[in-house]
Design a protein around this ligand. Structure first.
Ligand code: DC
Length: 225
């Protein structure tokens, strides 16, 4: 059992990153946003002008790319191949392409290796789709967050609006459902509930309550692990 490791999985908009970031802050842990890593590779694929079907180039890129996080004036920056991709990874083009890029076996292999390296020291919170099932199956605390698709779409819509993107809510919900399906039905590392994960439905629940619950689960499960 890996002490000091919290794995948070769940679909887009389930509150993973907000919860993971706050839990990490409370416990003094490092937060690793694995979705941002797949987005960073996707951004470099699009920047390089590669087609999403060009599996050879995507695999080559995934093998050489080093995705890094840095903290600057309190905010987290994401780097890939020496380029700061923090803003770019949230744009609609990257969002539309990431489920496809993250299915490429060489991409998963490279990212999982990096994630395990980053988690080796412990005192980490990782969020993603396959953390409790594939990346760190021996994490002492595993959480699976979910929420209704309508609420998840609404949350993402608000988040994008704050960034200056006016999206169509219905289209966003449809895109989210499509991405959920792609993430859950893919062969490698599908989004599924780990046997020993705690399932938390965040529909209509305040973030602070979810954060408290996750911290308590960590204290119950990990302190004597
Ligand atoms: O959490 P997010 O929306 O930023 O994730 C972006 C995409 O990356 C999502 O479509 C699924 C994929 N992903 C993954 O396959 N495995 C992870 N551990 C994290 C994200």
């Amino acid at each position: 059992m890996k002490q000091n490791v919290i794995a948070i999985d769940g679909p887009a908009g389930s509150g993973k990153s907000t919860v993971a970031e706050k839990v990490a802050e409370i416990l003094g842990f490092v937060y690793i946003d694995t979705g941002a890593m797949y987005r960073a590779v996707t951004a470099r694929v699009l920047d390089g002008g590669f087609a999403l079907t060009d599996l050879n180039h995507i695999a080559e890129l995934a093998k050489r790319v080093r995705v890094r996080f840095s903290r600057e004036q309190g905010s987290v920056h994401v780097w890939a191949e020496g380029v700061d991709v923090t803003e770019e990874i949230r744009n609609p083009e990257v969002t539309a392409a990431v489920a496809q890029v993250s299915q490429v076996p060489a991409v998963r292999e490279a990212m999982i290796r990096l994630q395990r390296e980053m988690a080796a020291e412990g005192a980490v919170v990782l969020d993603g789709r396959d953390i409790g099932t594939v990346v760190l199956p021996d994490a002492c605390a595993k959480i699976f967050l979910t929420a209704s698709v309508a609420e998840r779409a609404q949350r993402r819509w608000l988040e994008m609006k704050e960034k200056g993107y006016e999206l169509d809510l219905t289209a966003l919900q449809q895109e989210m459902e499509k991405r959920d399906r792609q993430d859950s039905e893919r062969e490698l590392s599908p989004l599924i509930l780990a046997e020993d994960a705690v399932l938390l439905d965040t529909t209509g629940v305040m973030i602070s309550a979810v954060v408290d619950r996750v911290v308590n689960i960590y204290r119950e499960r990990c302190n004597n692990a």
